[in-house]
Every structure is written in structure tokens, then in C-alpha cells.
Design a protein around this ligand. Structure first.
Ligand code: ZN
Length: 136
């Protein structure tokens, strides 16, 4: 990494999301699950959208999912991403239900497709690791 390359914007964990980001550093995709109705949710929030319960637990998701939708970015929007153009932005539907905005990496010449099976692939930074996905 050169000092001339502007860095990417990186998420800053807060109290609600801290367990998610702690899990990321261990390579675990950690989600909240409502203990009243069982629905998994992401991002972290205090109540369940399905039943409004405030009871929940954290659990480690499988890391698997499928591409719900995607786009390939060719435009230079942020200097931190110039070296990665073109890159794929996607919504991945996790096997546990929640949909996660992310990038598809490791395509190695393949084209992303809606419905493509993917698996989490962590991009490590100093204090967090970002959940990206590659073909399964
Ligand atoms: Zn619920």
C-alpha cells in the first residue's frame, strides 16, 4: 500500500454492531436472531421487524448465500476504489434470510449472475474485517 492511495471509508463499530465486527475479526458472520419468532436480522437493531420483540441472541451464520442483485462499477466515484475498477457491488441474500450490501470478489473472469451461490470472504482492515463474497 502506498501513502498516495486515499483510503476507503471503513465502518466504525458502535455498541449495537460491536458483536458483528468482533465476529468479523474471527472470520465469523455474526447475525442477530429474534428469540421470540426466530427471524435473523442485519444490520443490528433493538427490535424485530416481524414481531417487534426486543429479545434477541447473536449467532454465527453459515457465510453462504446467493446474489439477489448486482451491478458492475466502472465509474471513478471514490479514490479509495480506483485500483479495483471495475468492481461488483451486490446484494447477497444470506441463507439465514437477511440481505447484505457487499462486493463480489474472486470472480476470476466469471460474470456475476443473479442466483449465483456465494460464500463470505473477509477483507481485513485494522479494526474490522469487511464481509465480501466470492463464488462458492
Ligand atoms: Zn421476532
Amino acid at each position: 500500500m502506498t501513502t498516495e492511495t486515499p483510503s476507503k471509508p471503513i465502518p466504525e463499530p458502535d455498541d449495537a454492531s460491536a458483536p458483528f465486527w468482533e465476529g468479523s475479526l474471527e472470520g465469523k458472520l455474526r447475525l442477530m436472531r429474534c428469540t421470540a419468532c426466530g427471524i435473523a436480522r442485519l444490520p443490528a437493531r433493538e427490535h424485530c421487524d416481524a414481531c417487534l420483540s426486543t429479545e434477541y441472541e447473536w449467532f454465527d451464520a453459515s457465510g453462504g448465500g446467493s446474489i439477489r442483485t448486482f451491478g458492475v462499477m466502472h465509474q471513478k466515484y471514490h479514490p479509495g476504489f480506483y485500483d479495483e475498477l471495475p468492481y461488483t457491488v451486490a446484494i447477497v441474500e444470506l441463507d439465514e434470510g437477511p440481505r447484505l450490501p457487499t462486493n463480489i470478489v474472486g470472480l476470476a473472469g466469471k460474470k456475476a449472475e443473479v442466483g449465483m451461490r456465494v460464500i463470505v470472504d473477509w477483507e481485513r482492515h485494522d479494526d474490522v474485517a469487511l464481509p465480501k463474497f466470492r463464488p462458492a
